[in-house]
Design a protein around this ligand. Structure first.
Ligand code: RTP
Ligand code: MG
Length: 139
């Protein structure tokens, strides 16, 4: 089933000029980038986006990292896009990520792990709406 997921190319990747290389892996996997914008996340935006993790010990570090440099926010479309993109991203910890995944190829550590992808269709809808209006998504 064609669906959409939300992606962020994180600061460690934008700082190393890897946006195009990450996008090539996304497109080679059959996902279509149907919206994309480079932004500097504010502290409030990052805190809201990662609200589910606010009690976790790494929350402060995570917000600091996500606001440390520009990020690229994206909407990806394709067959089973949510699950497919999680597969393409690889495990949260790059040491456990499978060969050929974005995190295996590019991530520096469990914190600086190059990309975010929604973990469910419900969260994908919520996350997309935080950064894009419907008319900004062109499928
Ligand atoms: P994401 O939400 O960014 O797509 O990553 P994920 O689902 O694979 O991982 P999640 O458990 O949702 O954690 C969100 C992000 O928090 C950072 N993190 N740091 N220092 C740590 O132990 C730690 N654990 C998680 C990572 O940047 C992770 O992607
Ligand atoms: Mg997550």
């Amino acid at each position: 089933m064609t669906e959409r997921t939300f992606s962020i190319i994180k600061p460690d990747a934008t700082k190393r000029n890897l946006t195009g290389k990450v996008n090539a892996v996304i497109e080679d996997a059959g996902l279509r980038i149907v919206a994309q914008r480079r932004i500097q996340m504010s502290q409030a935006q990052a805190e809201k986006f990662y609200e589910v993790h606010k009690e976790r010990p790494f929350f402060g570090e995570l917000v600091e990292f996500m606001t440390s440099a520009p990020v690229v926010v994206q909407v990806l479309e394709g067959d089973n896009a949510v699950a497919k993109y999680r597969e393409v991203m690889g495990a949260t910890n790059p040491e456990q990520a499978a060969e050929g995944t974005i995190r295996k190829l590019f991530a520096l550590s469990v914190g600086e792990n190059s990309v975010h992808g929604s973990d469910s269709q419900d969260n994908a809808k919520i996350e997309i709406a935080q950064f894009f209006t419907d008319d900004q998504i062109v499928g």
